[in-house]
Design a binder for this molecule. Structure first.
Ligand code: MD3
Ligand code: FE
Length: 221
């Protein structure tokens, strides 16, 4: 998939929604999105999806996850949220971040240090969701996060810097990319629900029909 070499002068629609959140609706066309799904399918052969669990309570996430890169995010009851260099079940280092994904980072975040984590969230269950949280396990909040949505549309909720802040909702569809820098990097956010049947991107190479993949790229250290 040929990623653009330079950031688009005028992003598809970039609304600077909250300070530092830029949405690029439909940044990936169908062919580019399908290519990413295929590269996720081959990654999952080396690093199968795992179910994270909440610290202390041990409640399972409804979303399954895997990673690429030197630092993979995981959580279990015993040791809680963390980045670790190896897959929790296989003990093998996470696979390298695919070149086409690195290309998207370089196109959209040209002056940022390279990402060390490519976290893949798989919403296979149509009821899968992700509660309101902040991403706080990274050392440097000045580096933006990049998020790529593939498959069924999801309802993304964004709040403010504290849990009690007002929230608003945005739908994220297949091929949409969101960059989260500045204040947006620190906001509460989550996925309230999926809209099953809104995308025909899946099935594709090894993935069953339906569901949603979200890829986030992060600098960890
Ligand atoms: C705002 N993932 O993996 S992507 C996550 O769709 C996560 O799977 C959601 O929240 C998903 O942590 C939302 C958009 C996103 C990603 C990271 C953020 C928004 C963010 C980090 C800080 C602020
Ligand atoms: Fe998050």
């Amino acid at each position: 998939m040929p990623a653009p070499k330079t950031p688009p002068a005028t992003p598809a629609v970039s609304a600077d929604m909250v300070n530092g959140m830029k949405l690029f609706p439909g940044y990936l066309d169908r062919a580019a999105a399908a290519s990413l799904v295929r590269s996720m399918a081959s990654l999952v052969e080396k690093a199968p999806f795992v179910t994270p669990h909440m610290p202390r309570t041990g409640k399972p996430f409804s979303v399954r996850m895997t990673n690429a890169g030197s630092h993979g995010w995981y959580s279990d009851r015993q040791d809680g949220y963390r980045y670790q260099p190896v897959h929790p079940d296989t003990g093998a280092p996470w696979p390298a971040i695919p070149a086409e994904i690195m290309g998207l980072w370089q196109a959209l975040h040209p002056s940022a240090p390279l990402p060390e984590c490519c976290l893949i969230n798989y919403y296979e269950d149509p009821k899968a969701r992700m509660g309101l949280h902040i991403d706080a396990d990274e050392a440097d909040f000045s580096v933006p996060i990049l998020s790529i949505s593939l498959g069924d549309t999801a309802l993304f909720r964004l709040g403010g810097l504290t849990r009690g802040c007002k929230t608003r909702s945005v739908k994220l569809s297949s091929g949409d990319i969101v960059s989260l820098g500045g204040n947006a990097r620190r906001i509460y956010h989550g996925i309230d629900r999926l809209y099953p049947g809104t995308s025909t991107l899946l099935p594709e190479n090894g993935f069953p029909a339906g569901g949603r993949l979200n890829i986030t790229l992060r600098r960890v250290t």
